[in-house]
Design a protein around this ligand. Structure first.
Ligand code: NAP
Length: 490
């Protein structure tokens, strides 16, 4: 299907979704959205003020009680209709994501499938929120537990997966009976705006989901987080911003889910199937142009296979086609903004200045757009900044190791603990190494393991809470225990 870009952009609401309508900002302010492949402005949206943010919270709180009482089957049906509508509009969503974020269209289509699965999964989970029944050990009480919606939520999403990061929060919140205010990333709000309209089209009652895009994140989030009616904040983004939000959340003792940054090790043992390892490396490194919290950030490769791994990985990267993600055949798009491209370039330049060797790539692209060449570095010193910071770009630094203990020590030597990858054919090593890895996610012989049915989340400074799986809906519920005097109690 060929999408007409101007017709598509004309369909995306440009206002703030407050209650039942898309409205202008109270001060008339706007901000621009840019295409990172060309540097051109593609849309101008209303920019929410603090007043607008509170109006969105008002609209949400006004329907919380009624929404929580709606039968779970009806909430489930709305999610299911949302899933079907997103599937019908898949090509539109994919095109929007490529336009505002830069990922190649084929990857954007993949994100629509992945992101939409959260609507389907939580439409199924909505009707399976079970409590418990039992008697106390002393026999004096009957115990009932009920899972209640946690209450009004603030959902803050990043720019790297514009659809999936929204559906991963919105779908379980709907399933659990919570109302919400969604604040999308400034760089990529269009997908969320269109997604919210799609949920209204699917029958979501006005006020349940409100959307406040804007140029100033803190002007939007601060007043909402300072309001006594808010009960939860779910944030996906960088660790420093997550830390600030946690401090703010403490003042009101808010429930929090924090999906923060990562520094994933990708370990290739001497007994690995190298074909699988190269395939896995392509997925773990190149998915989303390396702009993923799960992106392999450090390649730890046994010294006996490091040369072959580096050579074959570099050869695969040289086959990639850099360009505008909307163009046929392009496999690597631009980075999301100029600042992002410059930060990748400075990490590579610093590693090279400290003695690393460039096997392939190592340069920014020329012309309009924020391109960086897929790059492999070897001989990287273990204290290089590139191994200790999120690269968020298509750059693979390789470090060698000699023993399993050394690999584990290097892998865990980070304050982050989100994704990790292990390539080995030895079953006992799989369990041993998984036990030793201080990470919330372990991919074994696979470079991409995210799935709506699986609990996604980190440990250490990568955050707390889980999205997806059975665990994903619990983040939006609180347990109420009801103790009833036992009829046989003395
Ligand atoms: P970011 O700068 O932390 O921004 C994330 C979101 O927070 C955006 O909506 C942003 O709004 C907002 N924000 C920024 N400053 C804020 C403040 N002071 N108060 C309230 N909200 C604020 O992160 P990003 O650059 O968009 O995303 C990349 C980061 O996200 C990486 O660290 C990546 O690892 C992480 N990430 C984690 C996961 C996970 O599941 N663990 C998934 C994806 C991404 P503006 O856009 O308006 O600045």
């Amino acid at each position: 299907m060929t999408i007409n870009v101007s017709e598509l952009l004309a369909k995306v609401p440009t206002g703030l979704l407050i209650g039942d309508s898309w409205v202008e900002a109270s001060d008339g302010g706007t901000f621009d959205v840019e295409n990172p492949a060309t540097g051109e402005t593609i849309a101008t949206l209303a920019s929410a003020t603090s007043e607008d943010a509170l109006a969105a919270l008002d609209a949400a709180c006004a329907v919380q009680a009624e929404w929580a009482r709606m039968p779970a089957r009806e909430r489930s049906n709305i999610l299911r209709r949302g899933f079907e509508l997103v599937a019908e509009r898949a090509e539109e969503f994919a095109t929007l994501m490529t336009l505002e974020m830069g990922k190649p269209l084929a990857e954007a289509r993949g994100e629509v499938t992945y992101g939409n699965e959260f609507l389907r999964w939580f439409s199924e989970e909505a009707v399976r929120l079970y409590g418990r029944y039992g008697t106390t050990p002393e026999g004096n009480l009957r115990m009932l537990t009920a899972l209640k919606p946690v209450g009004p939520c603030l959902l803050i999403t990043p720019w790297n997966f514009p659809l999936a990061m929204a559906t991963r929060k919105v779908a379980p919140a709907i399933a659990a009976g919570c109302v919400m205010v969604l604040k999308p990333a400034r760089l990529t709000p269009l997908t969320s705006q269109y997604f919210a309209q799609t949920m209204l089209d699917a029958g979501l009652p006005a006020g349940v989901l409100n959307v406040v895009s804007g140029a100033s994140a803190s002007a939007i989030s601060n007043p909402i987080m300072e309001d006594d009616r808010l009960r939860k904040v779910s944030f996906t983004g960088s660790t420093p911003v997550g830390q600030q939000l946690l401090k703010k959340a403490a003042d009101k003792v808010l429930r929090t889910s924090m999906e923060l940054g990562g520094n994933a090790p990708f370990i290739v043992f001497e007994d690995a199937d190298l074909d699988l390892a190269i395939e896995g490396a392509m997925g773990a490194k190149m998915r989303n142009i390396g702009e993923a919290c799960t992106a392999a950030n450090r390649f730890l490769v046994h010294e006996s296979v490091a040369d072959e791994f580096g050579r074959r990985f570099a050869a695969r990267l040289e086959e990639q086609v850099l360009g505008n993600g909307l163009d046929e055949g392009v496999t690597v798009g631009p980075l999301v903004e100029e600042k992002a491209r410059d930060s990748v370039a400075s990490l590579v330049d610093a590693a090279v200045a400290e003695g690393a060797t460039v096997l392939t790539g190592g340069k920014a692209g020329t012309g309009a757009g924020y391109f960086y060449e897929p790059t492999v570095l070897t001989g990287v010193s273990t204290d290089a900044a590139i191994l200790n910071e999120e690269i968020f770009g298509p750059v693979a630094p390789i470090v060698t190791f000699q023993t399993e203990e050394e690999a584990l020590r290097l892998a865990n030597s980070t304050e982050y603990g989100l994704a990790s990858y292990v390539f080995t054919q030895d079953t006992s090593r799989i369990f041993r190494v998984s036990d030793g890895l201080e990470f919330g996610l372990v991919g074994v012989n696979s470079g991409v393991i995210s799935n709506a049915a699986a609990p996604f989340g980190g440990v250490k400074q990568s955050g707390m809470g889980r999205e997806g799986g059975l665990e994903g809906i619990e983040e939006y519920t609180s347990v109420q225990y009801i103790g009833i005097r036992d009829p046989y109690a003395g």
